[in-house]
Design a protein around this ligand. Structure first.
Ligand code: ADP
Ligand code: MG
Length: 501
């Protein structure tokens, strides 16, 4: 009987065995890069090496970020964008599902676009693209979001009407458009289909009716967020510093997904138009946070950007609490995966299966505190060390103490759609406090307002704010003075008071 038995074992299987459970780290030269050409993330857990990220030796600049709610995904993204902008002047466009980046972007001097709250996108806007290409993209989005691909005749009618709308507006569908020429909107497309229906000569009126119905969902009065002249210059998006596209004001997931798909299509086209240029670092980063419908569909342009981004110095950051919501074509192809705390076994199975890390690593990931992370990097050349290592904690830019006061629920329809009327006010704690003090508000009232704000994730509506003050017997004139101090119009202030109980 022999004492030693030989076995053929795959190296990833070996890595999972207990004898290799000490978490080794990539050698320093892979972690510590020229600080003027890399982004600092944190200190490694094992050898305390400052880890600075660059994509020079990685397969691509794209990053996935996964972790349970509160694990620190958005914090990582903000930190990363801030530093990339210092180091490389990287522009960033955040496709912000829940509006959670908005206050931060405002505080950082960036631009915010609030769809559904005063900002509009015209789906037919070309921003330099040929009408034929845009038509294809629009149909592509409808295919992802509706069942139009099951109805080829309706699909054909819709494409035809979109192209006809361009022709009617003086475009040549196969030619690059002249800049500043105004594009038709979805409403023009619908009109064309309706005219055809009225003419009565088309053999399948039910098909026409259904095509109209499908489009109308996105063009109804009051919900025509994508069927009006755009309020933002799409051609400038990728060179405008920090831009937040807040989708939280749109009525439902379908509208948000349509906006996100459209943004990705437009950004992809801009990326290709800009072409290649020799510049250091990243030109632009596109962030998709919790946009599962868009990240999970292989027809979305997130996948195209993943494939082509590197050569144009464009990076995509996809963050999600559920790694299985990120399409395989994205997840298995990103150059860097940042794993924050993950609890669910099935998500851990998925990660371990695709990134091949040890059981030790798996246990660590399930026990992480806020900001602790495991990082996986895919190098262009094969390397002799494990690609997953631990970061003691993502060391972030100090978060700003931002509070939000909302006024949307006291505005009328005209004010809500007017871009110049502010729907939310962002104030740093110190500023808000000093405004209270300037308005001579008593300290108990101030304390209660902050308590309420902190209980509600730092967001309070103006009526709630007023009610707390009234309960603390702050007099009306003082409250009016405070609201004027925020910048509210007197007509709006009067309306706020009409809600007092
Ligand atoms: N690395 C970190 N250092 C300090 N605070 C952090 C860190 N990561 C997250 N936080 C804080 O923890 C909270 C939750 O983080 P957040 O990024 O919003 O989580 P997620 O996006 O994963 O839900 C926030 O208040 C954030 O400021
Ligand atoms: Mg988040």
């Amino acid at each position: 009987m022999s004492l030693v038995r030989f076995q053929n074992v795959m190296s990833n299987e070996l890595a999972k065995r207990t004898m290799f459970t000490r978490p080794p780290e990539p050698p320093q030269e892979f972690l510590l890069n020229d600080p003027s050409n890399s982004v600092f993330i944190g200190i490694t857990k094992l050898f305390s090496v400052p880890f600075t990220w660059t994509f020079a030796s990685l397969t691509n600049p794209h990053i996935s970020v996964v972790g349970i709610t509160g694990a620190g995904k958005s914090f990582f993204v903000k930190t990363f964008l801030t530093r990339a902008s210092y180091v490389w002047k990287t522009n960033a466009i955040i496709i912000d599902w829940a509006g959670e980046y908005k206050a931060w972007v405002q505080q950082s001097g960036g631009i915010t676009v609030s769809l559904g709250k005063g900002d509009f996108i015209n789906l037919l806007d070309l921003s330099g693209m040929k009408p034929l290409d845009r038509s294809k993209q629009i149909i592509n989005s409808f295919e992802i979001l509706t069942d139009i691909s099951d109805y080829p005749e309706q699909r054909r009618l819709t494409v035809e009407a979109i192209e006809q709308a361009y022709v009617n507006f003086g475009f040549d569908p196969a030619e690059l458009p002249k800049p500043d020429k105004e594009a038709p909107t979805l409403k023009n497309v619908i009109s064309l289909l309706e005219e055809k229906l009225q003419e009565g000569s088309y053999a399948y009126p039910a098909e026409l009716e259904n095509a109209v119905y499908r489009l109308r969902q996105f063009a109804r009065e009051g919900e025509d967020y994508f069927a009006r002249k755009s309020t933002l210059d799409l051609s400038k998006l990728i060179s405008s510093g920090l831009v937040d596209i807040d989708l939280s004001g749109l009525p439902d997931e379908r509208f948000r997904a349509l906006a996100a798909l459209f943004m990705l299509q437009t950004l992809k086209e801009r990326m290709r138009m800009e072409g290649w240029s020799a510049s250091k670092g990243l030109k632009a980063l596109i962030v998709l946070d919790e946009a599962w419908k868009v990240a999970s569909d292989e027809r979305s342009d997130a996948v195209t950007i993943i494939r082509e981004g590197r050569k144009y110095q464009f990076g995509l950051i996809v963050a999600s609490q559920n790694p299985t919501d990120i399409n395989e074509a994205i997840f298995s192809n990103v150059g860097t995966s940042v794993m924050l705390r993950i609890k669910f076994e099935k998500f851990l199975d998925y990660l371990q299966g695709s990134l091949n890390f040890s059981q030790f690593m798996r246990n660590e990931i399930s026990k992480f505190g806020v900001g602790q992370a495991a990082v996986d990097m895919s190098f262009q050349t094969s390397v002799q060390f494990p690609e997953v290592f631990l970061i003691d904690r993502i060391i972030g830019e100090i978060p700003l103490d931002v509070y939000t006061i909302t006024v949307a629920d006291v505005l009328n329809q005209a004010e809500l759609t007017d871009q110049n009327v502010q729907k939310e006010y962002y104030l740093e704690k110190i500023d808000l406090n000093s405004k209270f003090i300037q308005a001579n508000i008593n300290s108990v009232a101030i304390e209660n307002v902050f308590k309420e704000l902190d209980n509600r994730n730092r967001v309070l509506d103006i009526r709630g704010l007023m009610q707390i003050m009234l309960n603390e017997r702050v007099n009306k004139d003082t409250i009016v003075e405070l609201m004027r101090g925020f910048g509210l119009a007197d007509s709006v202030i009067t309306r706020v008071f009409s809600y007092a109980t």
